[in-house]
Design a protein around this ligand. Structure first.
Ligand code: UD1
Ligand code: CA
Length: 453
């Protein structure tokens, strides 16, 4: 079988009330169309064609890196049949054509394989809905054979009572497609070229039409407004949460978990509520993630404890480290292991050696910190002079007293001690105490001023 897949994505999406084309709105952190493209690719087609139109070149521009897709512009948008006519030249060599919608993101490859397994020249994916309003109804004859599809606006009252509807997803005989598309007319309530009229044409030609009824309405649900977008987002997240729990991850509450990328994990990972995982995240064995934490493109080694309310991005957290609560770890941070990063600590583009501690109220930027270093509360690496950034180097076993300002470029030697409140502008030698602050003096006999005198 030479399978061609057409994804219809030219429609306006009026009810989104947005300047962004509907298929570029995000589900699980990715454009709707990206989900459909992935599903299409899973079916090993010889071609994937996307029909775009509303929003112009924004849609193809967003997928410029995908060389497995051909684009067909549809302007103006004269209906789903007209949309397929635009893609048809790309499908000449396909003996089977599968139609997908860019705004139906949750459909599963297995469901589509079942549809493609049907031998009929037209196979529809249908679904029964308690409220079928707005959809094309599947009209069957007395023997239960599909005769045609009646669109909402063209349907009789009797047809409107039918609860089996067209999802829009269908598999068509590629060798007959051009003929059917050429025969479509727009003499209907909307003055559009309906792709659904292909059903009536095939039946008229004496060809069998089959309907495969989808079991899960959410899987074939389209997104027309932001409420439906949120509903399908949650459905997607529930699926992701289920998969993770079945793979051995503890989620405190699967309804309060958000995955917007890929999560790879070891054994006995535990994730508390309201955690957001973005991009490419790896969690080793025995990792726990505290509530209200964002992890974006992070690699976390075994036995790491991330406490509540952390924002961690493009970083590596080495084995048995402890981070948080309220830590901000920015891109380029590398914790070697057994480190403690505490509350209200910000670390950027820095290495922190084995067993070092930065426990409270500190900014570490552009620094290399050795092993077993203790950085006291309120310490700041002054890495920026208003024009350029400079590095701070802190040797193994150094002890930085509280409220020190380390004015980079500067090096604190191994085993050095920096007195609390020091502003260090020159290198501090190893194994020595360096203090850089005004000496404390006491004036005896000094009197407080008195009011009115
Ligand atoms: C269509 C079906 C209907 C089905 C319903 C499922 C037709 C005539 N009707 O109805 O039977 O129950 O979908 O949601 O096919 N599109 C284009 N170009 C166009 C028009 C639409 O690319 O000119 C795309 C849209 O972007 C969308 C899809 O086709 O992804 C469906 O369009 P929509 O307007 O939602 O179709 P409906 O009239 O709701
Ligand atoms: Ca629709």
């Amino acid at each position: 079988m030479r399978l061609g897949i057409v994804i219809l994505a030219a429609g306006q999406g009026t009810r989104m009330k947005s300047a962004t084309p509907k298929v570029l709105h995000r589900l699980a952190g990715r454009p709707l169309l990206a989900h459909v493209l992935d599903t299409a690719a899973a079916l090993d087609p010889v071609r994937v064609a996307v029909v775009y139109g509303h929003g112009g070149e924004q849609v193809p521009a967003q997928f410029a890196q995908r060389d497995d897709v051909v684009w067909a512009e549809q302007t103006p948008q004269l209906g789903t049949g007209h949309a397929l006519q635009q893609a048809q030249p790309h499908l000449d060599d396909c003996d089977r054509v599968l139609v997908l919608y860019g705004d139906v993101p949750l459909v599963e490859p297995d469901t589509l394989r079942a549809l493609l397994a049907r031998p009929e020249p037209v196979s529809l994916l249908t679904v029964r809905l308690p409220d079928p309003t707005g959809y094309g109804r599947i009209v069957r004859d007395a023997d239960g054979m599909v005769r045609r599809i009646a669109e909402q606006k063209d349907a009789s009252d009797a047809e409107r009572a039918i609860d089996e509807v067209n999802t829009g997803i269908m598999a068509l005989d590629g060798t007959r497609l051009a003929g059917w598309l050429g025969r479509l007319e727009n003499a209907n309530a909307q003055g559009e070229y309906y792709l659904t009229d292909v059903v009536g044409l095939a039946v008229g030609d004496g060809l069998p039409v089959e309907a495969v009824i989808a079991s899960d309405p959410l899987e074939v649900a389209g997104i027309n407004d932001r409420a439906q977008l949120a509903q399908l987002e949650r459905a997607w997240q529930h699926r992701a949460a289920d998969r993770l729990m079945r793979a051995g991850v503890t989620l405190a509450d699967p309804a309060r978990f958000d995955l917007r990328g890929t999560l790879r994990h070891g054994r006995d990972v535990s994730i508390d509520v309201n955690v957001i995982i973005e991009g490419d995240v790896r969690l080793g064995d025995d990792v726990s993630v505290g509530a209200n934490t964002l992890l974006r493109d992070v690699e976390v080694a075994n036995g790491v404890q991330i406490l509540e309310n952390c924002v961690i991005e493009s970083a590596y957290l080495g084995p048995a480290s402890r981070v948080g609560p309220f830590s901000r770890i920015r891109p380029g941070t590398h914790l070697e292991g057994h480190a403690h990063i505490g509350n209200f600590v910000e670390i950027k583009k820095s290495e922190v050696g084995l067993g070092s501690k930065v426990n409270h109220l500190t900014y570490v930027g552009d620094a290399t910190i050795g092993r077993d270093v203790n950085v006291g509360a309120g310490t700041i690496t002054c890495n920026y002079d208003g024009a350029n950034k400079y590095r701070t180097v802190i040797g193994d076993r150094a002890f930085i007293g509280s409220n020190a300002a380390l004015v980079a470029p500067v090096t604190v030697g191994e085993g050095a001690t920096i007195g609390a409140g020091s502003t260090i502008t020159r290198d501090a030698p190893a194994e020595a105490l360096t203090i850089a602050r005004a000496r404390q003096t006491t004036l005896t006999g000094w009197k407080r001023p008195v009011r009115g005198k």
